[in-house]
Design a protein around this ligand. Structure first.
Ligand code: GDP
Length: 140
């Protein structure tokens, strides 16, 4: 298996409920190492840029509003097949469809306020990691 890095974001619904540690425990139990982490409050421009791929989706404005409604925790996760492994531990986008034991099943409030973001491909992971972190801030 290849060691990969992926970008994770703990979303405002989870930071509001003080769940950062519980989310991190799920990630670590799945074999992912948190090799960079920072808490920040996204500006509207940052959220729009990060989710630019969703610009034409009907929920884009709501998503930007939600992602700027409170602090987030951006993280770089490292491990074997980290991109797919993180998607697995996150669970389905809609928590109603998420498998037992996944972060979204355990913590998500709705299809929008679904507690975590995770890169969906290795290419996107590279772009998303560099959106938030300098190379010197990632310590494997
Ligand atoms: P993900 O890769 O599982 O996060 O899902 P997507 O890339 O499809 O969507 C990005 C994010 O937009 C999701 O994590 C949700 O926060 C939000 N989202 C997705 N679908 C919907 C929807 O139908 N309505 C609303 N309000 N938000 C959505």
């Amino acid at each position: 298996m290849t060691t990969e890095r992926t970008l994770s974001i703990i979303k405002p619904d989870a930071t509001r409920r003080n769940l950062t540690g519980k989310v991190n425990a799920h990630l670590e139990a799945a074999g992912l190492r948190i090799v960079a982490q920072k808490r920040l409050w996204l500006s509207r421009a940052q959220a729009e840029a990060f989710y630019a791929v969703h610009r034409d989706r009907p929920f884009f404005n709501d998503l930007v509003k939600f992602m700027t409604s409170g602090p987030v925790v951006a993280q770089v996760l490292e491990g074997p097949n980290a991109v797919a492994k993180n998607r697995e531990v996150m669970g389905a986008t809609n928590p109603a469809n998420a498998a037992p034991g996944t972060i979204r099943k355990d913590f998500a409030e709705s299809i929008e306020a679904n507690s975590v973001h995770g890169s969906d491909s290795l290419d996107n992971a590279k772009d998303e990691i560099s959106f938030f972190f300098a190379r010197t801030e990632i310590v494997g």
